[in-house]
Design a protein around this ligand. Structure first.
Ligand code: AMP
Ligand code: ZN
Length: 113
């Protein structure tokens, strides 16, 4: 499958991985939008959040636990951080393998752009 995030998870293309386990991989975003910008992905290829099934409930929970772990390690947990998952075109999804954006290290604006 020609999916850039599957290739990152399989280490077929390089990335700066900050955490990995059997279910998930976390790596630095190539075009960071904040001092800390990490992407957390499942190893399983799921194109958008709309494709999630009942079988994926634990997987999705795991992505959040990994995000918490990385936020602690990057020392942004207490300051605050934002978790974002874009779904489909108008949200700005460009890579169709689900990923949680972990953003922090600066004051965030609301509403988002
Ligand atoms: P989204 O627009 O929500 O689909 O987010 C895709 C994200 O993937 C963007 O923030 C990109 O900067 C990031 N990205 C694309 N290619 C790579 C790559 N090879 N390594 C790391 N991050 C990437
Ligand atoms: Zn994929």
């Amino acid at each position: 499958m020609d999916c850039i995030f599957c290739k990152i998870a399989n280490k077929e293309i390089p990335s700066k991985i900050v955490y990995e386990d059997d279910i998930a991989v976390a790596f630095e975003d190539i075009n960071p939008q904040a001092p800390v910008h990490i992407l957390i992905i499942p190893r399983k290829h799921i194109p958008t959040s709309l494709a999630l099934t009942e079988d994926d409930k634990a997987l999705v929970g795991h992505l959040f636990l990994v995000a918490n772990k990385v936020a602690e390690e990057k020392r942004i947990a207490d300051r605050g951080f934002r978790l974002v998952m874009n779904s489909n075109e108008e949200a700005g999804q460009t890579v169709f393998h689900i990923h949680l954006h972990l953003l922090g290290g600066r004051v965030m604006q609301w509403p988002p752009g």
